[in-house]
Write a protein that binds this ligand. Structure first.
Ligand code: NAD
Length: 359
């Protein structure tokens, strides 16, 4: 079979080190890859004056699949985050965030196996905002107040919460398709439709409609605050959770915290024509270039990519090898050691070697 063509964005900070570890492990699975290495982030900015060069976007558009390391967002330069720009430019509407317990990783909860599907493009994140005291907000408030239903104070700032039928339909469909393809049993729609009757009400209504097309998958819904409490008390009752952008942002971090946090939390951003897989952690600049960063989150993002490519067997081997090395607790980076002793810890590349040996 022909090799998969993958756009590899190593990113900056610890990105190049965890990306190299991931590339070596994925190559060792025997699944064939041709890696097209693409610039993005601070190094790209120094070379081309752009944080996200057009050539990088073209590569992902052409290959349809990207694997990305973290990228620093420069503060105070007026640049928008490369991560947000990628999602918008490629319309990557689904944010996939699995949270699975790995034996040997310190966490308060046991046996967690959840998948959060977060809508990535709508809600209060669509960027429709009006600052307090501006002529723009005055015009919007005048229109709202003229409606006569409710009077909004004239010094208010406004963020629009925007939920569309099509945006809701495609994210809920994605959650059900993911459940089906990955042997999952249940999808739960998370919302606050009791308060936001029109926006979240629409999301819930569409979710109920889409669920009818998937009689093989159980469906229910939860109000977001209750969902958070239930995740703390009875996480075993849940499987795939689908929700609008803001709740997804918060609940996916909650679940990442339940399984051990940043160092082991993978993610994917998926659209109709392209998908980009990346760890949720940032570029950790203080660790850059020292061969100390934990490669697991990026490696598990690579396993998610394998699942997306329908290489389930290779994905399970990578996840199994990662779990085995962590459970042994010898060839692991400092953050995975109970004593966090750097002098006794393995480096990024040594941990990757141990994972390759365990494949
Ligand atoms: P961060 O995730 O880089 O770091 C938070 C903490 O976790 C630090 O103590 C760091 O040392 C540690 N850490 C993170 N990943 C680690 C790993 N793989 N191994 C060991 N330790 C690890 O978050 P931050 O400090 O808030 O952000 C740093 C930069 O990264 C910022 O410019 C931010 O905008 C950017 N960022 C990028 C992404 C992305 O590219 N998707 C995501 C989040 C933050």
């Amino acid at each position: 079979m022909a090799n998969y063509q993958i756009s590899l964005l190593p990113g900056d900070g610890i990105g190049p080190e965890v990306a190299e570890a991931t590339r070596r492990v994925l190559d060792a699975t025997g699944v064939g890859f041709d890696w097209e290495v693409c610039a993005a982030g601070l190094d790209a900015f120094e070379a081309t004056g752009e944080l996200l060069p057009e050539a990088t976007l073209d590569s992902i558009r052409r290959n349809g699949i990207g694997l990305k390391g973290p990228i620093t967002t420069p503060i105070g330069t007026g640049f928008r985050s490369v991560n947000v720009a990628l999602r918008q430019e490629l319309d990557l509407y689904a944010n996939l965030r699995p949270g699975k317990t790995i034996t040997g990783v310190q966490s308060t909860f046991e046996d967690i196996d959840l998948v959060i599907v977060r809508e990535n493009t709508e809600d209060t994140y669509a960027g429709v905002e009006f600052d307090t005291g501006t002529p723009e907000v005055a015009a919007v408030l005048a229109a709202i107040n003229a409606n006569g239903k409710k009077q909004v104070p004239l010094d208010a700032a406004i963020t629009i919460k925007m939920i569309t039928p099509e945006g809701s339909r495609r994210i809920v469909k994605y959650a059900f398709e993911y459940a089906r393809a990955n042997g999952r049993k249940k999808v739960t729609a998370v919302h606050k439709a009791n308060i936001m009757k029109f926006t979240d009400g629409l999301f819930l209504h569409i979710a109920q409609e889409v669920a009818k097309d998937y009689p093989d998958i159980e469906f229910d819904d939860r109000i977001v605050d209750n969902m958070c409490m239930q995740l703390m008390q009875k996480p075993e009752l849940y499987d795939v959770l689908v929700m609008p952008n803001l709740y997804g942002d918060i609940v996916s971090d909650l679940v990442a915290g339940m399984v051990g946090g940043l160092g082991v939390a993978p993610g994917g951003n998926i659209g109709a024509n392209a998908a980009v897989f990346e760890p949720i952690h940032g570029s950790a600049p203080t660790h850059a270039g020292k061969n100390v960063a934990n490669p697991v989150a990026m490696l598990l993002s690579g396993a998610l990519m394998l699942r997306h490519l329908n290489e389930q067997d290779a994905a399970e081997r990578v996840e199994g090898a990662v779990a085995e090395v962590i459970a042994k607790g010898e060839q692991v980076t400092y953050d995975l050691r109970a004593d966090r002793d750097q002098s006794k810890a393995a480096g990024t590349s040594e941990m990757a070697d141990a994972i390759i040996a365990a494949l």
